[in-house]
Design a protein. Structure first.
Length: 74
């Protein structure tokens, strides 16, 4: 893989074969991956809370319907 330095960007190089840009600063890349992982975990937690809330709403509606049936039977 042949790389050429990107002008005025010391941490970036261009892969001549694929014409892609490569970040050579591994520490910054690792920081980015940690931030991305933390953000993903946060999104997963929000999704889980939303699912739990939806499930609880359904259960409350079911309880309400059962209570209405009990009241109507008497």
């Amino acid at each position: 893989m042949e790389l050429h330095q990107v002008k005025s960007q010391s941490d970036l190089a261009r892969n001549i074969e694929s014409n892609s840009i490569v970040n050579k600063n591994t520490k910054e890349f690792e920081k980015y991956m940690l931030r991305r992982s933390a953000r993903s975990k946060s999104h997963d937690r929000v999704d889980m809370i939303e699912n739990d809330l939806s499930r609880l709403k359904g259960e409350i509606n079911e309880i309400k319907n059962l209570l209405k049936e009990l009241v109507n039977v008497k």
